[in-house]
Write a protein that binds this ligand. Structure first.
Ligand SMILES: [Zn+2]
Length: 49
């Protein structure tokens, strides 16, 4: 249980990254969760970070 508080609430801080293959994807900057099977809600909350 080392997830940041906001991440435990589902308020991840999504950032755009690129995998070694060069394909863009979204990942949480804080906990490292991939948005692969998670609904990313861009601009759904505050800019807490
Ligand atoms: Zn997170």
């Amino acid at each position: 249980m080392s997830k940041p508080f906001r991440c435990r609430l589902g308020l991840h801080k999504w950032v755009r990254r690129a995998n070694p293959e060069g394909a863009p994807y979204s990942q949480c900057e804080r906990c490292g969760t991939d948005a692969g099977n998670t609904k990313v809600q861009w601009g759904a909350g505050g800019q807490g970070g």
